[in-house]
Write a protein that binds this ligand. Structure first.
Ligand SMILES: [Zn+2]
Length: 411
């Protein structure tokens, strides 16, 4: 996607002093005079930033303003080693709130809504971002945080929450609890804002049907403000990204070359206004594409498609590349398979074995038929045959955070 003139102005403006303000960029762009970056082509030659680069300057090496201007930090989860710390100025916090409030507005949420926030509060950017946006909009925030389903349902009923903010797996867990307790008619929910992770249509439809809400996907990552840099609209055709705050590129994850609009690849983001920790050509490892053309909703903000996976989720089995999104497809087309599944990859007796566990209401011969159908569709779409095993609804784990679905036990 081409850099718009007003975006390029903001990029050039920050480039004027970036290397003086930030030791991180002084090193990254060593030998490059940033005032030479005058065209799209020049920009696309700049080196990428990776999460690992950010880790290396732990704790505060990304900070690009004096200490007195930093008002808070957030940190991305450190499950795989050293965390990344992102410092924010007051302006960064305000800019985040503005973008998040816009997201709520895009979803048709107003200051009369009561927004139940179930993502976690703390170092992570999730809960606090949903809260900032709700307050900026003037809606009533109900800051629950995750867990304690009983209490969630009680507050939802007593406070007449109209909006649920959650991860898709927690939304599903709540939807199932609501169905089980027959609470649906006592609730006032009308919208769901779901943190972007790749999730299938079956799961989406179940959540929407059981909660009786319209669902919106919100996008963002801790390194770049947090959730709220983009959201889907009423057309539900991709997510609009706030291009006055971030510039999007799509690259081929293998070659690092930019791909034309419409083609899938890895999303790379550049912040246009961020002060505390600006990011230039940051590789998100999220796989998506720019949706060409204008959206029927009338918004001029560009769209990225719903995420199809992560570059690091790609697994190679029996010589074929397998993406989680493809497995979603298989589940979607298998008559009798419910939304939840888990894939185990093992290496036994010198061969890779793929086992797909999926939830189904079918039993006996009927279940056998669903298993056979799933294996057949899997073979057709992905190119190798798995062992398909149907299990009862509720048997596979639900989690309050993102659900891991593919387990590679080979190494
Ligand atoms: Zn739209």
């Amino acid at each position: 996607m081409n850099i718009a003139p007003e975006q390029f102005e903001l990029i050039k403006e920050q480039f004027k002093t970036l290397k003086e303000r930030s030791e991180f960029y002084a090193r990254k762009f060593e030998g490059i005079d940033l005032s030479d970056v005058q065209t799209q082509e020049d920009f696309e030659k700049l080196p990428f930033s990776e999460k690992d680069d950010l880790r290396k300057v732990y704790p505060l090496g990304l900070q690009a303003v004096p200490d007195e201007e930093i008002v808070r930090i957030h940190s991305s989860s450190g499950t795989t080693g050293t965390p990344v710390i992102i410092p924010y100025t007051q302006q960064d916090v305000t800019d985040w709130a503005i973008q998040f409030a816009r997201c709520y507005e895009m979803a048709g949420i107003t200051n009369l809504d009561r927004i139940q926030i179930t993502p976690g509060y703390g170092l992570w950017t999730a809960g606090i971002g949903f809260q900032l946006g709700a307050e900026r909009l003037g809606a009533m925030a109900i800051p629950m945080g995750p867990g304690n389903t009983e209490k969630q349902l009680r507050m939802m009923e007593d406070l007449q929450s109209t909006v649920l903010c959650a991860t898709s797996s927690y939304a599903l867990l709540l939807a199932e609890a609501i169905a089980e307790k027959g609470l649906r008619d006592k609730l006032h929910l009308r919208k769901g804002v779901i943190g972007s992770e790749r999730w299938g249509d079956k799961m989406r439809n179940r959540i929407a049907d059981e909660l009786g809400v319209e669902l919106y996907d919100i996008y963002g990552l801790t390194e770049i403000y947090g959730p709220g840099i983009g959201i889907s609209c009423d057309e539900h055709s991709g997510m609009h990204i706030w291009d006055d705050y971030v510039y999007c590129e799509i690259i081929d994850p293998k070659t690092g070359k930019n791909v034309p609009d419409g083609e899938s690849g890895e999303l790379v983001l550049t912040t246009l206004r961020k002060q505390g920790a600006p990011l230039i050509r940051y590789r998100t490892h999220d796989l998506t594409r720019i949706i060409p053309g204008e959206c029927a909703c009338g918004s001029h903000h560009p769209r990225i498609d719903i995420l199809i996976g992560r570059t690091d989720d790609m697994v190679k089995v029996k010589g074929v590349n397998m993406f989680p999104a493809q497995i979603e497809e298989v589940i979607k087309f298998t008559d009798g398979a419910s939304s939840e599944y888990q894939v185990m990859i093992d290496h036994l007796f010198g061969k890779d074995i793929i086992t797909v566990f999926f939830e189904t209401t079918a039993t006996g011969d009927d279940k056998k038929r669903v298993e056979e159908e799933l294996a057949f569709i899997f073979k057709g779409k992905i190119g190798c045959t798995p062992v398909a095993k149907g299990v009862a609804i509720g048997e596979l784990p639900r989690s309050e955070k993102k659900t891991q679905r593919i387990f590679d036990n080979r190494y």
